[in-house]
Ligand binder design. Sequence first.
Ligand SMILES: Cc1cc2nc3c(=O)[nH]c(=O)nc-3n(C[C@H](O)[C@H](O)[C@H](O)COP(=O)(O)O)c2cc1C
Length: 192
Amino acid sequence: MTADTLALSRGAIKALPPSGDWEILALLTAGMTVVVVGNPKPMSRTRAAAELVAEKLTGVAPQHVIDVVDLGAGLLGWGDPKVAEAKAIVKGADSLIVASPTFKATYTGLLKLFLDQFGAGELGQVTTFALMLGGSYTHALAPELSLRPVLVEIGASCPAPSLYLLDSDYETSEDLEKWLTVARRFVPAVSS
Ligand SMILES: Cc1cc2nc3c(=O)[nH]c(=O)nc-3n(C[C@H](O)[C@H](O)[C@H](O)COP(=O)(O)O)c2cc1C
């Protein structure tokens, strides 16, 4: 998502912020649902699951999906403009879904590279839902025990239990339906 397409997606916005004006970009994204996917494989099942969860949770498709792998080598340093743009979009979100496949009992190193770009508390209490996909239930507590603490450290407000889904049945999961009945209570009211 570039600043151009972001502005177009907002419809009414005719003028783009000057490149690098991340505070304005954050304002433009306010009120939106943003999905962050930390899978080294682009367009993954994890991404599909996160988009499904976002839509079922809020009633509309997410306005922005950040496939962290698209940020490339800029994640390995500090101050990369594409990473800064992605951070601004995340910080302007009303609802944020952070998703990862389970790799070796925890979330991916790729997602950690992105989360490490945020300072402590920098998210400013964005309402955030942690989601992990796995091959079995062996690591079902991984989102709650490994991903959630990192999100809270960077300033996420995580009011609902973290969600773990199997890659084989995330589309029809009863766990997802049960989780939604709890998590929907915490979705912020839509601001115009
Ligand atoms: C390197 C690697 C490590 C994995 N480690 C685990 C694991 O520890 N526990 C688990 O349940 N699944 C594990 N898996 C399976 C993935 O978490 C699971 O298939 C996930 O849904 C893949 O998501 P994707 O289809 O979006 O890539 C691993 C897969 C890979 C490639």
